[in-house]
Design a protein around this ligand. Structure first.
Ligand code: NDP
Ligand code: GDR
Length: 371
């Protein structure tokens, strides 16, 4: 039975990847951080009681900032495959915590690679690094491919650039099977609530149920190439099954604006939009607000307000990937469209908003942040 070790197993991708590898018959080990509250909501459904014989999903406490901890876990597990998905993954937050982001996202990757080498696992253990389209930043070429030059625009992207090159370096220097998946944005109902797509689908569902008055957004003209996390974790595994390690762009090849994503989400809920605030083009304003799933929204209400607080010190305005190499060499193509993914996210967030609204209608107050 193959063994995989996943850092960031409690995150969006980690949870889908753990499910995927368990389905493939792997023994899956995940590293989770100590937190003062339970932080395993995304993986609770696949949790196996460690007291039961033959449990194939095992969790270890750990942190990418702790070399001895990582080395001990690697020594204990002796994995065939390591998926380094753990990271401080929020671009805006990285401007506020740049040093922590560098420690975890850049040096954390080095710690793992060095531990693999130190333990003499470099010929056994294959390594996947969660690289990112943020490396392209101020884009030099449209669409972006594996050969497009990098110009990172945030402490997060700069840290991930170190991680990218140290992964290439360990491959070249020590012959390790180590590769970078340069993944463009990918989302799902499990996406963290403060990333833009989830903030929109959750916010719109809450507005439709009368739980929130409006949505405060940053740069809604940013353009992104959004895929579904389920499609992208499949590709992470495929990248480790080749004869020769290589780096791949993973993207849909289609680009939309944040504004369009807002419009789709609103349409799913029958809300007609009205934008208001700094930098919003007047043509984006729609006066009428109606829809039978939007009881709290009255004609004339403003649904989307622009709050400069969400602007970034340096923005990545446009990203569009060309996944031709992944298609040609691995036969990978995304199966879920951006619009289908948006509809799925809205439907899941609407269920949660309805549960919340029901509790509220029975006199029970639940903070929106807890739903
Ligand atoms: P999430 O933010 O959902 O998950 C990040 C995971 O990393 C969580 O499990 C988190 O733990 C863990 N983590 C954070 N800090 C540490 C630390 N110091 N030590 C160990 N683990 C830590 O991210 P995604 O699942 O969306 O992304 C997975 C990876 O892919 C990340 O590296 C991200 O940067 C990268 N990426 C993501 C893209 C996307 O669009 N989703 C695109 C390109 C790259 P906890 O749950 O406790 O917070
Ligand atoms: P990104 O994702 O920065 O691309 O990084 P995010 O969803 O945070 O932002 C996408 C774009 O939307 C704009 N935006 C807002 N973003 C947030 N979070 N909140 C807002 O209110 C808002 N309004 C507008 C942003 O300015 C940006 O242009 C994600 C992460 O998953 C990274 O870990 C990963 O590496 C990249 O995707 C690829």
């Amino acid at each position: 039975m193959k063994k995989a070790l996943i850092t960031g197993v409690t995150g969006q991708d980690g949870s889908y990847l753990a499910e995927f590898l368990l389905d493939k018959g792997y023994e899956v080990h995940g590293i989770k951080r100590r937190a003062s509250l339970f932080n395993t909501q995304r993986i609770d459904h696949i949790y196996e009681d460690p007291h039961v014989d033959h449990a194939r999903f095992k969790l270890h406490y750990g942190d990418l900032s702790d070399t001895s901890n990582l080395t001990r876990i690697l020594q204990e597990v002796q994995p065939d495959e390591v998926y380094n998905l753990g990271a401080q993954s929020h671009v805006a937050v990285s401007f506020e915590a740049p040093e922590y982001t560098a420690d975890v996202d850049a040096i954390g990757t080095l710690r793992l690679l060095e531990a693999i080498r130190f333990l003499g696992l470099e010929k056994k253990t294959r390594f996947y690094q969660a690289s990112t389209s943020e490396l392209y930043g101020l884009v030099q070429e449209i669409p972006q491919t594996e050969t497009t030059p990098f110009h990172p625009r945030s402490p997060y992207a700069v840290a991930k650039m170190y991680a990218y090159w140290i992964t290439v370096n360990y491959r070249e220097a020590y012959g390790m099977y180590a590769c970078n998946g340069i993944l463009f944005n990918h989302e799902s109902p499990r996406r963290g609530e403060t990333f833009v797509t989830r903030k929109i689908t959750r916010g719109m569902a809450n507005i439709a149920q009368g739980l929130e008055p409006c949505l405060y957004m940053g740069n809604i003209d940013a353009l992104r190439d959004w895929g579904h996390a389920k499609d992208y974790v499949r590709m992470q595994w495929m990248m480790l099954q080749q004869d020769v390690a290589d780096d791949f762009v993973i993207a849909t090849g289609k680009q939309y604006s944040v504004r369009e994503f807002i419009t789709w989400s609103a349409a799913e809920l029958g809300i007609t939009l009205r934008f208001e605030g700094e930098g919003v083009d007047e043509t984006g304003i729609v006066e009428a607000v109606e829809g039978n799933d939007a009881p709290a929204v009255k004609p004339g209400d403003v649904i989307v307000r622009i709050d400069p607080r969400y602007f970034r010190p340096a923005e990545v305005e446009t990203l569009l990937g060309n996944p031709a190499k992944a298609k040609e060499k691995l036969g990978w193509v995304p199966e879920i469209t951006t619009q289908e993914m948006c509809a799925e996210m809205v439907a899941e967030d609407l269920k949660a908003a309805r549960r919340h609204a029901l509790l509220k209608s029975h006199g029970m107050e639940v903070p929106v942040s807890l739903e």
